[in-house]
Design a protein around this ligand. Sequence first.
Ligand code: PFF
Length: 459
Amino acid sequence: MASRGGFNSRIGFIAAAAGSAVGLGNIWKFPFEVGDGGGAAFVVIYLAFAFLLCFPVMVTEIAIGRRTNKNPVGAFTDLGHKNWRIVGILGVLAGVLILSFYNVVAGWAFGYFVEMLMGHFTIGQNFGTFITDMVKVGSYGVLFMVATALIVSRGISGGIERASKILMPTLIVMMLGLVAYSFTLPHAIEGIKFYLLPDFSKITLPVMYNALGQAFFSLSLGMGALITYGSYVDKKENIVTSAAYITLADVGIAFLAGLMMFPFVFSQGLEPTGGAGLIFVTLPGIFGTLGPTLGILVGATFFLLLSFAALTSTVSLLEVPVSYVVDEHKVKRKKAVGLVAGVIFLLGIPSMMANGYSGFFSHFITYLGAGKATDFMTFIGHIASDSFLPLGGALIAIFAAYVWKKHNLNEEIEQGFPGFKGSLGEKYIDFAITYLAPVVLIIIFVLTVLDRFFGINYF
Ligand code: PFF
């Protein structure tokens, strides 16, 4: 499909998809989920979900995309009944909603890069002031959305592929440097122990569904981002090995993020359960203890890294609704990008104001049975990432196994992977999408909805 464009090389596709996967989810969210979830036990559960459950769903998404050459809405319509387009629409909506708040946090990360360059190490204590400064948060938000839109408007090979091929390796190098540095700190070993020695008594039901939710969000699954990227992939590519590289890169970088973070945290005698503030509140002070020169160098590198990781993810979040508008409504790419990015930015404004600036958005909704009000940004996260993604993942698996049918899926995978049919890999993927993923994901979806919206948790 020359008119839609496509990836130029295998490595370009892998870099872009890994770029989508690796983001705030890995570097910001993963360490605090591990901290809250009791350390190494959470890591073990997370890894098991990533490889056993998420990986087959990833293969399926890429195969659906490549088979149809379409955005998620077009893809489900092509392969199934028209009614299945609802799964694609759910994905497009999830992309729009997630990007609306993700862009705000990405803007904070870039803002912190600037603060670090200026040597403002006390920014951590002033996090509350920073995120209510609408001039700063608004400007960084605009900047981030414009950067994302510029890359997406250049199309697949010239924009997304090229940016990812530069940003991903840079990110890995910066990260390895920071990990090596964190190991040299006093008490680093305690952090490493907390992170790597599992205490299995810490595994509870909420820990399990947080781990699965985290794996889904982190691997960019359940909303058709990989259907969209898959639609630009050549038939001679091996989908299974590509998905394996993407999963490994994502899990590997989340793992490195933890390896870097816990020595930092323990070296300062801080609690690993610092929550969402772990990066924005705790880290700048730690960088400050390194002295002005090294502190600025390490601190600025860290937040630049976080911004790069976020950028390759915001690009994929924007590409999902953009490809939908381009394919289904026949709008030119540049115009579609301007339109969609503009709408998403506007939708993100309440999220910008939801962290203390506006009382209304900071205490937006009180769920049934909940003691306290939830802010708008968290509320959108509960809907889009915590609920839509597992639901989308379940529906994608059910669709492939029961509607499109496994033999068609396997045939698509076989292209680029001769010998796949009849292999153990085929059997496992078939089992995972027919039984494992639908059952587990529906259970998780129901539990999450009960927990998040009704305050009911069974454990
Ligand atoms: N995987 C990204 C992260 O971990 O930050 C977030 C994300 C990107 C989720 C794209 C979903 C998506 F389609």
